[in-house]
Design a protein around this ligand. Sequence first.
Ligand SMILES: Cc1cc2nc3c(=O)[nH]c(=O)nc-3n(C[C@H](O)[C@H](O)[C@H](O)COP(=O)(O)OP(=O)(O)OC[C@H]3O[C@@H](n4cnc5c(N)ncnc54)[C@H](O)[C@@H]3O)c2cc1C
Length: 493
Amino acid sequence: MIKTGAQYRDDMERMKPSIYMMGEKVENYQKDPRFRSSFNLVALNHDICFDEKYRDLAVCHEPLVDEPVRRFTHKLQTTQEDSLKKAQLTRQVCRHHICGWCMSNSLCILWTLTHDIDRKYGTEYHQRFKEFAGFLMKNDYDCFWAMMNPKGDRSLKLDQQKQGSPGVKIVRKDKKGIVVRGAKVSNSYATCSLYTFAVPCTALTEGEKDYAVAFAVPSDEKGVHFIVRPAPNRDSSAPDHDMENPIGSEIGIVEGTVIFDDVFVPWERVFMCGEWDMAQQLPLLFSNIHRQSKCACLAGHSDLVCGVASLVADVNGTSRIGHIREKITQLMIEAEVAYGCSLGAAMEGSLHPGGIFIPSTAITNAGVTYIKKLTGEQIQLLHDVSGGIICTMPVEADYRNPVTKKWMDAYLFGSSKYTTEERLRALYLAQEIASSKFTGYFIGWGVNAAGSPAACDIFVRSHYDLKASVSVAREWAGIKEKKRPSQKANSER
Ligand SMILES: Cc1cc2nc3c(=O)[nH]c(=O)nc-3n(C[C@H](O)[C@H](O)[C@H](O)COP(=O)(O)OP(=O)(O)OC[C@H]3O[C@@H](n4cnc5c(N)ncnc54)[C@H](O)[C@@H]3O)c2cc1C
């Protein structure tokens, strides 16, 4: 059963998570205005399923429960068509509201991981996970993805850190379940979902086997604590600034650090427990399944910047000027290339034995790293097209003051096609994206969310068929393949 945004909000009413924000414990967070925009975004992800504009892509049948589900949240990607449709929906949604919260990717990752662990170790994780996934689908519950470790000193493994344990680890096991302790960082929507998935974020060594743990708990489970930061420009309970911060006011995302303070997890919600050699699967599965979405998501962000730049050029009367058109064309090209990689990754994908369709690792990561590295440049282009006024203009409160509004209306107009208020609205939107607290977040969402560009580069390097390219070069240069001594020895054996 697909729930509306209002039904999602009803589900959240019963939650009583332990939350700290801006130095204080938060009580009754459902009514706290700083959480409103995050709840809105999750609710929107439900409501698109009832919106004609999105419905055909956003709703699909899921054989596991033999019911319609929300594609973004619960569809197991088992065919090329699923992968293509996910990319299409992602671009369409992210160009408008930044994030589609593609948690179905997490289901696909854990589906595949549990399948592979069982195959190697004869465990029962996959059946447990299937049951839990079915439970989420049938109830249309939302989860968030706690993967990122605080990491500590990045040059050391988790068990070599001198100052503690910068990850989540198993501290006890008994017949009923396990007890976990530690922290995860950078958890988007952490407090706005009913369940929390925690998984390892890197390959592990035998010495780190206690960190090889994947599980799900209700977000208000005893011992789970959140330290969250408000969405950008939403750090007070002051009235919304809908002209200055139209996006953040409506759909800004609360981000959290999650503490697991000796949290009990029953066995039926444990999906990995000590199989350290399988942890390397997680970054690999994440790198192709989730980054295919990220590629389309950042195509959508490029569309957003492109649209704002084009609107601002029009209100400023510069839309026909050559270099402005070139800059806007550049943004179009970047959006289409990233989207093309997301689609292309589906075209060259393959079916994993566990049943999940896996997009091409090389194409996905090439597309993502290409567009990630352009995130800052796109913001620069928006400044360039908009002009300095997006850093220097009077604030919305002055436009709402009749004395100063009169002067602003008289002098801050642009093209005669628009009223001054319309021009200011377009400029405030450009300001929110390119010159506000939201800017830093928007760039970080591009550069780091779903992994750093360097992490993507590694996957391109390891999956690109360099041998084939070099062999063409050798052929044209007339240089024969040289066998290394060890290769020779092998072939002679
Ligand atoms: C807006 C936003 C939302 C996010 N949402 C989520 C979420 O919902 N769930 C979640 O789990 N995560 C989330 N993340 C986290 C995201 O996946 C990480 O930020 C990203 O993977 C980078 O890791 P890091 O932040 O720990 O950076 P670091 O690992 O500190 O990286 C910083 C730099 O150091 C380099 N580096 C670090 N260690 C090494 C090493 N050993 N070798 C070589 N280079 C290294 C990196 O490549 C990078 O260039 C989110 C991030 C952002 C910005």
